[in-house]
Design a binder for this molecule. Structure first.
Ligand code: HMG
Ligand code: MG
Length: 317
């Protein structure tokens, strides 16, 4: 670890004192890797992220193993975490679930927190879920109802909130309609996804305002930025200024979506932590441990992290 030279903190009383980082590296990051990471390395990654102070770590996906072979070991991973040093706490890690079959798999393992993932556009619903825009709700409705009856917490992602590689610009009212329907099914939090990273800061503000006007307060919203055009951090700042307090990010900037080829890595958790620390916003994350974890994972994957902060804080010789 190189010295963190020139670190400055300039507190901003107009911003939230504390935010929650929702870490998606083990899921959104590793789902997109060509190589399948061994289950023990995935478990170690998750344990290290939790030890670095990340309060929420999304572990894996109970999707069809043929659709995402990288996460076909979801059951083995959860079992390994539950039987390992995390014990019961591992059941609290969120897992992605698209349908009742995925829910059954999560219930069998005693998972307590699931995330469904809807699309704001017709084309991505077809490509990612093999369903039309309307059919996706028929798949989610019984999934969420049963999950809530079982006492699970449910998050809902909305993908393609800012633009879609096949359909282009996505109207804000279309995104709000889809998001509100997912929320009304019983999701406690909506994560607004810029799946292909085309959003810009003003668009973020307008989308959040539209959700507020539709009756969803900031506390029910999270933001999920990909960094394809280098806008993820600016977009996160825009959301922070709007009063959002949950931010998705991926350690080391891993990520993408196998069903949206133009998606690149997520906003790197380290870059987000660096910015928030400079603004005096508490995250509870130990940056040095996090950088060490991402550097270790880069070694497992055999390539360098794209995160600017990981690069800046990792000695090159
Ligand atoms: P389908 O082929 O339409 O499924 O896929 P089906 O309902 O017709 O079932 C066909 C067979 O699959 C059946 O088996 C089912 O039991 C089985 P059979 O009776 O023929 O033997 N099956 C399953 N097996 C295991 N686990 C399951 C499951 N479901 C069905 N869960 C499906 C529909 C939704 C399953 C499929 O399209 C799929 O798995 N999609 C997942 C795609 C994905 O994971 N994408 C990446 C995550 S989204 C993302 O990254 C974006 C995000 O980060 C936010 C952002 O950035 O915007 C969240
Ligand atoms: Mg994503």
């Amino acid at each position: 670890m190189v010295e963190e030279r020139g670190t400055s903190v300039a507190e901003r009383p107009d911003l939230p004192d504390r935010v929650t980082i929702y870490e998606v590296g083990p899921r959104d990051g590793l789902q997109n890797e060509k190589a399948v990471v061994p289950v023990e390395a995935k478990a170690e990654f998750i344990r290290r992220l939790l030890a670095a102070g990340l309060p929420v770590v999304e572990a894996t996906s109970f999707v069809h193993p043929r659709w995402v072979p990288q996460l076909a070991d979801a059951g083995d991973l959860m079992t390994s975490l539950i039987e390992g040093e995390l014990g019961e706490a591992a059941r609290k890690l969120p897992v992605l679930v698209p349908n009742e079959r995925g829910l059954d798999r999560a219930l069998e393992l005693g998972c307590e927190h699931i995330a469904i993932f809807g699309s704001a556009t017709e084309t991505f619903a077809q490509r990612n879920l093999n369903r039309s825009l309307d059919e996706q709700f028929a798949m989610f409705e019984p999934t969420v109802t049963r999950a809530r009856e079982a006492g699970m917490d449910v998050r809902a992602y909305v993908s393609m909130c800012f633009g879609d590689p096949w359909e282009g610009a996505v109207p804000i009212d279309q995104v709000v309609r889809v998001g509100k329907r997912l929320h009304d099914l019983g999701a406690s939090q909506l994560s607004l996804g810029d799946t292909i990273g085309v959003g810009t800061a003003g668009h973020v503000k307008h989308l959040l305002e539209a959700f507020n006007e539709a009756g969803l307060p900031n506390e029910a919203l999270a933001v999920h930025f990909h960094d394809t055009y280098g806008q993820a951090l600016a977009n996160a700042l825009s959301a922070l200024q709007h009063g959002i307090t949950t931010f998705d990010a991926s350690a080391g900037g891993l990520g993408g979506c196998p069903y949206a080829k133009s998606a690149s890595g997520n906003l790197a958790t380290e870059d987000l932590v660096w910015m928030l620390r400079g603004l005096g916003v508490d995250t509870g994350v130990d940056l040095a441990s996090l950088v060490a974890t991402s550097t270790w994972m880069a070694g497992v994957l055999g390539r360098r992290s794209p995160s600017r902060v990981v690069t800046a804080l990792t000695p090159t010789d």
